[in-house]
Design a protein around this ligand. Structure first.
Ligand code: DX5
Ligand code: ZN
Length: 221
C-alpha cells in the first residue's frame, strides 16, 4: 500500500495561497484537500467553485474536495467544471447515496463517501464496491485543529475489513487531528490516505512535515 498525504488548505494562509500550494508540491504532497462548508451541515463557512478553480490553476495535483454541505448534488456540476478530481459527500446529507455517487462519476470525477464519528460504517456497506474513496472523520467536521478522537483507529480497522470483504478498491482516508502522534496507528489500522491541516501548516517547517508524516508510516511498515 502507498501512503498518500493530502494537506488541507483550510489551515493555509490564503493571502499566500500560491506559495502554500507550491510548498505542498515541493514537500511531496499527493493531493490537495479542499474543505467546502456551507454553514448549515457544519457551523462554519468556507468557499466554493471559485476557490477550487483558483487552486486548480496553481497545481496539477489531484484536488480532493470534501463537501460538508446539505444537498451536495447542487454543487457537482460547478465543482467538476472548476477542476475537482474527487468529490466526497457525507452520508448524513446524501439519502440517495448510490445515485449521487453515480452522478459524480458521470461527471468524470472520482466518487467518495464520508461519515461523521457518530455515524456507523454500515451506512456505506451497500455501495462500498462503487467507492473510489472512503473517508472516516476522526473529528466532528467544521474546523481545523481539533483533537483526534481515539476510537477512530478502531473504526478505520473495521472500515479496512469492510473494504476487503466487499472487494472494494477504494482509498481509505482519515481526516481530523492527523499528525505525527496519530498517523502511524491509523496506517497500521489500514488507512492509506491522510488529510492533515494543522499538523502541516502550523509546523516549523511545513514542507518537511509532509515527508515526516509519510516517514512515520514507512517506519511502521
Ligand atoms: C474538518 C476538515 C478537515 C480539517 C482538518 O472539518 O474536514 O479537513 O482541515 O484539519 P486538522 O488536520 O487540523 O484537524
Ligand atoms: Zn476535510
Amino acid at each position: 500500500m502507498t501512503v498518500r498525504i493530502a494537506p488541507s488548505i483550510l489551515s493555509a494562509d490564503f493571502a499566500r495561497l500560491g506559495d502554500e500550494i507550491a510548498m505542498c508540491v515541493a514537500g511531496g504532497a499527493d493531493m490537495i484537500h479542499v474543505d467546502v462548508m456551507d454553514g448549515r451541515f457544519v457551523p462554519n463557512l468556507t468557499f466554493g467553485a471559485k476557490v477550487i478553480e483558483t487552486v486548480r490553476k496553481l497545481t496539477t495535483l489531484p484536488l480532493d474536495v470534501h463537501l460538508m454541505v446539505v444537498e451536495p448534488e447542487r454543487y457537482f456540476d460547478s465543482f467538476a467544471d472548476a477542476g475537482a478530481s474527487i468529490l466526497t459527500i457525507h452520508v448524513e446529507t446524501s439519502p440517495h447515496l448510490h445515485r449521487q455517487l453515480a452522478k459524480i462519476r458521470e461527471l468524470g470525477c472520482l466518487a467518495g463517501a464520508v461519515m461523521n464519528p457518530a455515524t456507523p460504517l454500515d451506512t456505506v456497506r451497500e455501495v462500498a464496491a462503487d467507492l473510489d474513496l472512503l473517508l472516516i472523520m476522526s473529528v466532528n467536521p467544521g474546523f481545523g485543529g481539533q483533537a483526534f478522537i481515539p476510537s477512530s483507529i478502531d473504526k478505520v480497522e473495521r472500515a479496512r475489513r469492510m473494504l476487503t470483504e466487499t472487494r472494494s478498491r477504494a482509498m481509505l482516508e482519515v481526516d481530523g487531528g492527523v499528525g505525527r502522534d496519530t498517523i502511524a496507528s491509523l496506517w497500521r489500522a489500514g488507512a492509506d490516505t491522510f488529510v492533515a491541516g494543522n499538523a502541516i501548516f502550523a509546523a516549523d517547517d511545513p514542507r518537511a512535515e509532509i515527508g515526516a508524516l509519510r516517514q512515520r508510516c514507512v517506519e511502521m511498515a
